[in-house]
Design a protein around this ligand. Sequence first.
Ligand SMILES: Cc1cc2nc3c(=O)[nH]c(=O)nc-3n(C[C@H](O)[C@H](O)[C@H](O)COP(=O)(O)O)c2cc1C
Length: 308
Amino acid sequence: MNYYLAPMMGYTDCYFRSLVENIYGNSVTTFSEMIVDKAIIHNETKTITKHFLKNNKSAIQIAGSDPEEIKRAINILNKVDIIKHVNFNLGCPSSRVQENMLGLALTQKYDLVKKCLFELIKYNKDVSVKCRLGLGMNEDKSYIFDYLKLFYEIGIKKVFIHCRNGVLNLDTKKNRTIPKINYNLFLECCDQFPEMELIPNGEVNDLETFKFFQSKNITQFMIGRQFAKDAFFLEKLDLENVKKKTASIINTINELEHYKYLNINLLKKSIFTALSNISNSKKVKKEISVINNYSGLLNYFERNAIWS
Ligand SMILES: Cc1cc2nc3c(=O)[nH]c(=O)nc-3n(C[C@H](O)[C@H](O)[C@H](O)COP(=O)(O)O)c2cc1C
């Protein structure tokens, strides 16, 4: 099975992505937080070096709504060797994103989406899209079918579908709970577009859901919040084998040694996601929370057998 760590603002920074990659190796592909194309155009070096480590394996998720700007951002990304996959955000409902006609809001304008995607596909490595199943509260199959047809015709075959509608003018948190999950419509999409690689996202958190999808021959999954709650959850569900847990944390810390923008609190925040299921979680987190420098953190994991 293949897993994808969903793009999440405030979570999938380079610390957390590095951690997940060190835990699971190639079984999990990770995605950056959403990065607006303007940031790439106007501040390329800082944007790339801040979000991506030198040995980066993550995809970049971008958002934009002006075909000219997307063209410029893609021109730049075509020259960035450490990035090999661009994902385009067509699902974010946040008000700021909406004000700028990005993400979900952009999908109100089919022709503009088309123009943006024409520029996106000028990226010379992997391209994918992340979108919702529908727009507004009501089920409307034509929304997703029309967009999948467009993606397919343009040549984008890999699509991550958050299996619930997105609703404009509803806050982001409610947009992840109120519109109902609709895996059956996702499966209908798979039937209608058998040549596309459609990957479900949205509450794929437990064995029952994984088994349901597997029974329908779906073997790739995008998961967000569950990774942030417990980075080892795939192992807990017996879906992945993780042998060297402490080593995966130490490797993550080592990878960040020369990172120019190192923020010890963000590093600790990502490491905490790996500590939610240990027996003395509270005590360990308390001990780590008072460490305020890089070498102290490294020493802590080198000296303490947290998973013996
Ligand atoms: C805090 C947070 C930030 C998010 N930021 C993004 C983002 O930047 N881009 C995006 O496409 N989706 C974003 N999402 C949506 C997730 O990628 C995912 O679609 C959603 O959480 C549903 O998956 P889950 O039930 O596995 O968490 C975010 C979700 C959360 C919880």
